[in-house]
Design a protein around this ligand. Sequence first.
Ligand SMILES: [Zn+2]
Length: 143
Amino acid sequence: MNVHTLPASRCPRCHRVVVPPARLCPDHPVTMEAATVSNLGEVVSFTTLHSPPEGFKAPLHIALVELDGGARLFCHGEETKGIRIGSSVGVESLDRVFYFSHMGFADRARLFWRRAGARGEKVASITKSVVQGIWRGRSSGDS
Ligand SMILES: [Zn+2]
């Protein structure tokens, strides 16, 4: 049985926690210490791409999740049905990609994701570039 935590880093100076782990604090160049955080959090924002980048099956669901403890990360999910801002979700990491699943009525321990394999590699490669651009573009309206 897994203990449901995610690897993280904590800054010894400002105590900022980041997921996934980073070598240096994003706020100042201090070497961070290894830490773990709960994999439970809240949806801050989410979107569905109906025309995802090449190599993805549409629709592609993406959520920005704030974990208990404050770290924020982008996650992918198989569906966003029932998900809204503030929904409790569990986050699981597979092949360096984070996935969320709804915790509304499910047992917290029951996270069920298939291995992502090659698809996961592609998701990881676009998360930083494409996804963050999408969020900037969504600052007004909800088309
Ligand atoms: Zn710091």
